[in-house]
Design a protein around this ligand. Sequence first.
Ligand code: G6P
Length: 436
Amino acid sequence: MLKIVTIGGGSSYTPELIEGFIKRYDELPVTDIWLVDIEEGREKLEIVGSLAKRMVEKSGLPIKIHLSLNRREALKNADFVTTQIRVGLLDARIKDERIPLKYGVIGQETNGPGGLFKALRTIPVILEICKDMEELCPNAWLINFTNPAGIVTEAVLRHTSIKKVIGLCNLPIHTKINIAEMLGVERERVQVQFAGLNHMVYGLNVYLDGANVTKKVLDILTGDTKGAIDMNNIPDLDWEPEFIRALGVLPCSYHRYYYQTQKMLEEELEAYKKNGVRAEVVKQLEGDLFELYKDPNLDIKPPQLEKRGGAYYSDAACSLIDSIYNDRGDIQTVNTQNNGAIAGIPNESAVEVNCVITKNGPIPLTVGELPIAVNGLIQQIKSFERTTIEAAVTGDYHKALLAMSINPLVPSDTVAKQILDEMLEAHKEYLPQFQH
Ligand code: G6P
């Protein structure tokens, strides 16, 4: 018996996960997949759950799909729990992305003011899930895909007794696949030494068959191959070639928010006028996806799902579970407890870093000191993350104000307070800890 429980099972991403488990069945013989959601997600759960059942039926494999609105019933004796929840659904994300724009600030749902609020809404719910896990499946691994993934992972590490938690993002694997395509080689031949924080991760070195090709990759990144390394959800603005050369390491797509703030803001405002904020685009895309999912003849993951930013999610999640289950000892990039891997970041904090994946979990590979030019930003984001977690668990207004003010996308204390006050009001239904 190998039991997987997916909280937020009604998500449009679920077919990714199911496809991944079907593909790997020979080595990862999953017997039961429980897709769990809340009452508001019932309809989506039924639609995507039926598609999951058709996908499994087509495969002919003995995997049982269970649909449930009862989290506690589902969690009993789970081996792996994956979380992919969105507290307040996409309507809350629309507010996360729209309100800051009124003040001339990028919302960014994972690491801007939007990310702060997503964390404030999400952390209490994740901590509740952890309490249930401590009681009902104390030996299970928690694989968290819920954003902001790094912050959520650190909240679990600092505020629960669960040690078997891993935060997962598709960005590193996506970047590695992009690099392989750009070099015209199979992805297995490429290794990227990633280090940093979630959505704040740098590729310190890139290797092809063991040879260091970092410079070549940076040249391509700044050359004519525009869009070579890009996420679907982030505008692929050109980098200043001399800046990238000076930096000497590979930035991730999210770094554009910090190094190109003004241009990104203009881009977002323009996109907003045309099609709405990203959450509105995603809402439309999700509506279309669910229409497709309803088709009783559909029994595969539709290619349209790849338009979401989370493409390759199944590769990331299923490879990780496979490597833990089979004690593979391969290298994957995950969010885990730093434990000294990156100098200058507290041992207890979560970092996104290459790890050897074993049956006892990820063992981070030592990075040592980060280049001085990138360390400052990483430290500031880590302060933002830690302050955010404190605000989420205490409901302390001043901590939330501090988190908002130290976020590099927010230009001043006054603007921070204005955005904070408006967002606290807009989201109050999902922020019980602040209602005192
Ligand atoms: C990337 C990030 C994810 C994020 C997603 C947003 O994949 O790594 O953390 O959730 O983009 O994509 P979306 O399609 O929802 O805008």
